[in-house]
Design a protein around this ligand. Sequence first.
Ligand code: FAD
Length: 227
Amino acid sequence: MKINLIKYTREPEKMVAVAARLCYSPVGVDDLMDKLGDEDIKKLVKFVIKSGHLSTTEHIYFTFAAEGVSRALTHQLVRHRIASYNQQSQRYVKFKDNFEYITPPAIEKSSAAKKKYDNLISDVHNLYKELLDIGIEPEDARYILPNASETKIIVSMNGRELLHFFTVRCCNRAQWEIRELATGMLKQVKKVAPVVFENAGPNCLRGSCPEGKFSCGNPHKESDFNA
Ligand SMILES: Cc1cc2nc3c(=O)[nH]c(=O)nc-3n(C[C@H](O)[C@H](O)[C@H](O)COP(=O)(O)OP(=O)(O)OC[C@H]3O[C@@H](n4cnc5c(N)ncnc54)[C@H](O)[C@@H]3O)c2cc1C
């Protein structure tokens, strides 16, 4: 899996701080932009995150490219509605010679499972190519492609949605592949907005686990999400 933070709002934490300070300030935005120092920014961002004044984090955007991920992963990712997506198309791209697929670690570890898995995918790919060869359009031939099919996706989320996304998808209850993606994304945003994302991650980082009998019983530490 390759994850890249490819674009983000310039000075994201200053943006959050200016939005927060504006609410209570008699002066204009230009003044705030000029006058807020690093320490003020840090204090204000800590305050808004702690107090739940999270609309201020909606002004900052982060865009990631994820490659080498499965369609099983992206199906879960796009359930997050406060986000923008563009994904490699199985209608316009033909996967004739270069069909890549993702193998779950549990299958990778079992030689018996891996052999059957690889064989089935190879058979599916051969049939896909046959369908294209007899004139079936890629948009129809793709119906036989598996959830394992490799894909590439660009996703943009604002800070507030990312905080929510990290809460549910960095949790051990989340499926392994989207958890790996969310963890990689969190490590990257922490480098550019460390105060906003200081305590980001599953609920167990900030208090008790709400999963009840489904709890993994293995609380995370903040360092699990440092790059
Ligand atoms: C461990 C796990 C298991 C899951 N299992 C299943 C499953 O078995 N089947 C299944 O279908 N899905 C499953 N999901 C997906 C889940 O139900 C959500 O669709 C997905 O996590 C998107 O999150 P969300 O709806 O909280 O928020 P997002 O779409 O990311 O939106 C963020 C927040 O905005 C608000 N919001 C967004 N849209 C609305 C709206 N229309 N109305 C009101 N408020 C809104 C909500 O507060 C929401 O939490 C699972 C998710 C996880 C993490």
